[in-house]
Design a protein around this ligand. Structure first.
Ligand code: ATP
Ligand code: MG
Length: 555
């Protein structure tokens, strides 16, 4: 995409803050991070965060870390850890140094919890889940202090060590920060910072049977990595108070230029679910073929569908970064890939719903070869050679026995131009028992090769075709949106908003030069849409093409 190659990223409120921090000397360099939890595949919403964090690091010649926030071992998996790295790289970004994990800091985090205990700012609490809820109060009513809140630091330290050493069962007790049970911010009502979990961890194995909570871990990890600007989505706005409280109370983090968090609005996209939990549900229930199903809003799904990294980066630029919540139109994402592929994708011909055409006055014993440009505007992409002969396929929708003047395709007794080849005239047709046309008998005019339809001869339309004996049988997977409701997240269950017609599979033919079509290369199938070979199911001799996006926006 030419206007993306020399990416100049637009400013936004976060970049303004960074400019001020650099101008005032608060920071001399910028250090951001992208902190995914490895509990699912990345989706288009994460792309927004990736482009923001890595884009800032690139533009300010700073650094961006990739850190896995891995404090929920039961929900996490090494497969997710790997796919996330692959997706970030595919989007065109590289993190600074090694991949990091919050679990790298479990020893330090334990030490900081001990520091809070010693300062009388954390305690081991034995209220059960129901009691804890009851003591917490509501948005309208303050909470009440836990009866374990005033245990001495010595006692708490012994209890916390016992937790670490496996002396308590899961759910029996937790470590809580001692903050304020009357705070208007629920996250400040003595939040849990450690819980018992006898779970195997993908990074630390069986070393720990207590795991720190996300809120406690995240702010300390940022501070340990000297992150200057910690960028996250708006739902963490209240939690910033807790992060600041934790760092304020730890001796290591008293520097005036320590990490600060800034929140921006998350991407919501029409007709799309964006929660990993809900996407996982679709996968587990078999409602899609996997995390990389081409209908999924995951990076892996978009890649398999034929989206390019440049088109996704361009989309992230166009949506911008603000604090306003909004629902972005799918058309905006589609426009980005359509513009990219219109400019760059090779052209080819494929007949998706074929009927046979027999050209009765083509009597030569051998095929003829015609030349066609690979791209109408990019001469450097060269030409392809297409076989032409007595039998070809055209699309069923491109022939009618009778039609009015609006129909600029093949009609009995009338002429049409075959793209890159000759003018043909339909003489008669054959139908099957149900009345569907199966074969059209035509004649061609050998004098018309390569003529521009606008000069000389008055031929109303141009249709695409493939020569029958050399055509490659191909499966075409035609996708529609996965949900029928613009805001599927609001539905009670996905079942009521799932589009039953999100995938249609049809069988047709592709031109011979597509025999080795690669999954990473999308094509414009002329007059049909943008397609790419499927990375899992397509092979030479068994071609499968995914519809990336239609040629034009449809409403
Ligand atoms: P989900 O709700 O989809 O599971 P998450 O916030 O739990 O997302 P994380 O792995 O914690 O997923 O996200 C990593 C980073 O990506 C976080 O900084 C988060 O704020 C950001 N992020 C997640 N979803 C979006 C979104 N829709 N738009 C912008 N940023 C997002
Ligand atoms: Mg999260």
């Amino acid at each position: 995409m030419s206007h993306v190659d020399n990416e100049v990223r637009p400013s936004n409120f976060i970049r303004n803050i960074i400019d001020e921090d650099l101008a005032s000397g608060k920071h001399t360099s910028v250090h951001t991070r992208f902190p995914p939890e490895p509990n699912g595949y990345l989706h288009i919403g994460h792309a927004k965060s990736i482009c923001l964090n890595f884009g800032i690091a690139e533009d300010y010649k700073g650094q961006c870390n990739l850190r896995f926030d891995d404090t929920n071992p039961e929900k996490e998996d090494i497969d997710y850890v790997n796919s996330i790295q692959e997706d970030v790289k595919w989007l065109g970004f590289q993190w600074d140094g090694e991949v990091r994990y919050s679990s790298n800091y479990f020893d330090e985090l334990y030490g900081y919890a001990v520091e809070l205990i010693n300062k009388g700012l954390a305690y081991v609490c034995f209220l059960n889940a129901e009691e804890t809820r009851e003591y917490r109060g509501t948005l309208k009513e303050p909470g009440r202090n836990s009866p374990y809140r005033d245990t001495s630091p010595e006692e708490n330290l012994a209890l916390f060590e016992k937790m670490r050493d496996g002396g308590f069962k899961e759910g029996e007790c937790v470590l809580r920060a001692k903050i304020d049970m009357a705070s208007p911010f629920m996250c400040m009502r003595d939040p849990v910072i450690y819980r018992v979990k006898f779970a195997h961890h993908h990074q630390t194995g069986d070393k720990w049977c207590i795991y720190p909570m996300y809120d406690f871990t995240h702010c300390i990890s940022d501070a340990l990595e000297n992150i200057t600007h910690s960028l996250c989505t708006l739902e963490f706005q209240d939690n910033r108070r807790l992060y600041d409280w934790v760092l304020d109370n730890l001796n290591d983090f008293q520097a005036p230029n320590r990490t600060r968090q800034y929140e921006f609005s998350r991407l919501n996209l029409e007709y799309t679910l964006m929660s990993k939990r809900k996407l996982n549900d679709l996968v587990v229930r078999g409602l899609v073929s996997g995390w990389d199903d081409p209908r999924m809003p995951t990076i892996a799904g978009l890649r398999r569908r034929g989206y390019t990294p440049a088109s996704i980066r361009e989309f992230c630029q166009r949506i911008g970064v603000t604090k306003q919540d909004n629902l972005v139109e799918v058309g905006m994402l589609e426009a980005c890939i359509r513009e990219d592929l219109n400019e760059n994708a090779p052209r080819a011909m494929a007949v998706i719903r074929p009927i046979k055409v027999i050209i009765e006055n083509f009597t030569a014993p051998e095929l003829e070869y015609v030349k066609a440009p690979v791209h109408p505007n990019l001469e450097e992409m060269g030409e392809r050679e297409l076989a032409f002969g007595r039998e070809i396929y055209i699309d069923a929708a491109d022939f009618r026995e009778e039609a009015n003047k609006q129909y600029k395709r093949l009609v009995l007794g009338k002429e049409v131009r075959l793209r890159n080849a000759y003018v043909i005239r339909a003489e008669r047709c054959e139908k099957d028992a149900e009345g569907n046309v199966t074969t059209v008998y035509c004649t061609y005019d050998p004098e018309t090769l390569g003529q521009n339809p606008s000069d000389g001869r008055k031929v109303k339309g141009v249709i695409h075709w493939v020569e029958a004996t050399t055509a490659l049988p191909a499966e075409f997977r035609l996708y529609d949106r996965l949900f029928i409701d613009a805001n599927p997240a609001a539905a009670e269950t996905v079942d009521e908003v799932l589009n039953p017609a999100s995938l249609e599979v049809v069988h047709g033919f592709a031109e011979a030069p597509l025999a080795n079509a690669k999954a990473s290369q999308a094509y414009q199938f002329e007059r049909e849409g943008y397609f790419c070979a499927d990375s899992k199911d397509s092979a030479p001799g068994k071609l499968v093409f995914n519809l990336t996006v239609a040629l034009r926006e449809s409403f």
